[in-house]
Design a protein around this ligand. Structure first.
Ligand SMILES: *Cc1c(COP(=O)(O)O)cnc(C)c1O
Length: 381
């Protein structure tokens, strides 16, 4: 079976985890702190808080930005459900912005039109979660301009875009957003097993993220609201969660991070090979914009909507683990019960009917790629 994505674990990764297992710390300790510093250095982010997974990172980002009941969070319907669920966790109302079909990223023009309408009805969003679909950064310049004009916060859901760049800067540097979120799930670009991170440049906002990761507790004497009772004293000042990463996971993250650029280069090389192979075929890859380097979490093609299901089945029958990213979030039964339905975001829905993710990961060979291409050509002929 050729999967659509797969982790790449080296001997050094294994050694790092085993060494940590024999150290004094298993749960969050010095390895987590080191991993956070390395992520900050790599991305250029001022602050980094490592957490238990990408979903927890999104939840903390929304909480730290003060999202609550009566607020609106908008995101793209073409994403994993977690990009929207984080708004519901906070009691906010979730809504969607249709996509740019060329990239499957949310469309800044549609965002502007919707902001205009929301301004008139007094329902402007507090947060917009932008998703760098498949690893390609969104049009952050336009999104930042709109966020200043309409005063909403921007969270970059960069679960797909660890190691990607926008205008020569690494995603996570945060020049165009308030907070950035990473996922280190094994199918993503680099892994810690389960894991995630929140990155940002605003010190007080990031301090809030950190406090909420640990039950809302602080041990920092300068931040106490009451006088300390003694050396054991700590204060719970907010309602947080246990969203900690373990040192075992962070040790893996640190060795994976050393190879992140290599992973991104290999993914780009393999993507380039697919693009060439598809130059005269009915498979249309998503368009790559100028000014970006995609981390290519996924290689997505668009095929004839009448043939997509047959093609999916044909690849799967031949042990090629293709996948569909994603079923539009607003069409999920849970979201339909909230009042959404098919027909509301037609570009996202049309994209969904034609999309197919084919295998892409660092260890994928040219031979395997040619096999995937020939199966596609047979099926689509
Ligand atoms: C994977 C993913 C998440 C959630 O990350 P986990 O680490 O699995 O919790 C959120 N958003 C997007 C776009 C993702 O692909």
């Amino acid at each position: 079976m050729i999967p659509y994505s797969r982790q790449d674990i080296s001997d050094e990764d294994v050694r790092a985890v085993v060494d940590t297992l024999r150290s004094d710390w298993l749960t969050q300790g010095p390895a987590v702190e080191q991993f956070e510093q390395q992520l900050s250095r790599y991305t250029g982010a001022g602050h980094c808080v490592a957490v238990s997974n990408g979903t927890a990172a999104l939840h903390l980002a929304c909480m730290a930005l003060g999202l609550g009941e009566g607020d609106y969070l908008w995101t793209s319907p073409i994403s994993f459900v977690a990009s929207a669920n984080c708004g519901l966790y906070c009691g906010a109302t979730v809504d969607f912005i249709d996509i740019d079909p060329a990239t499957a990223n949310l469309c800044p023009q549609q965002l502007e039109d919707k902001l205009n309408r929301a301004k008139q009805s007094g329902t402007l969003p507090k947060i917009v979660v932008v998703v760098h679909m498949a690893g390609q950064p969104c049009d952050m310049d336009s999104i930042r301009r709109l966020s200043k004009e309409y005063e909403f916060a921007v969270i970059e859901d960069a679960s797909h875009a660890v190691g990607a760049s926008y205008r020569g800067q690494k995603i996570g540097a945060g020049d165009f957003s308030d907070l950035t979120v990473f996922s280190f799930h094994p199918v993503k670009i680099m892994t810690t097993g389960e894991g995630g991170a929140v990155l940002g440049n605003n010190a007080s906002l990031m301090a809030r993220v950190k406090q909420l990761r640990e039950h809302g507790i602080t041990r920092d004497a300068d931040a106490f609201e009451s006088e300390a009772h003694g050396g054991w004293y700590y204060e719970q000042q907010a309602l947080g969660w246990n969203y900690r990463l373990t040192d075992l996971q962070a040790a893996l993250g640190s060795t994976q991070l050393k190879r992140l650029d290599e992973f991104v280069i290999k993914r780009n090389q393999r993507a380039e090979m697919y693009r060439e192979a598809f130059s005269e075929s009915p498979c249309e890859p998503l368009t790559l914009q100028a000014d970006v380097t995609s981390s290519y979490h996924l290689f997505i093609i668009q095929v004839d909507e009448q043939k997509r299901r047959k093609t999916f089945d044909y690849l799967r029958q031949n042990d090629v683990g293709c996948q569909i990213h994603y079923i539009p979030i607003h069409t999920q039964p849970y979201y339909r019960r909230l009042g959404f339905d098919w027909g509301q975001f037609p570009l996202a829905e049309r994209y969904y009917r034609r999309a197919l993710s084919i295998p892409l990961y660092p260890a994928l060979t040219g031979e395997q790629q040619m096999w995937v291409v020939s199966l596609l050509n047979e099926s689509l002929r």
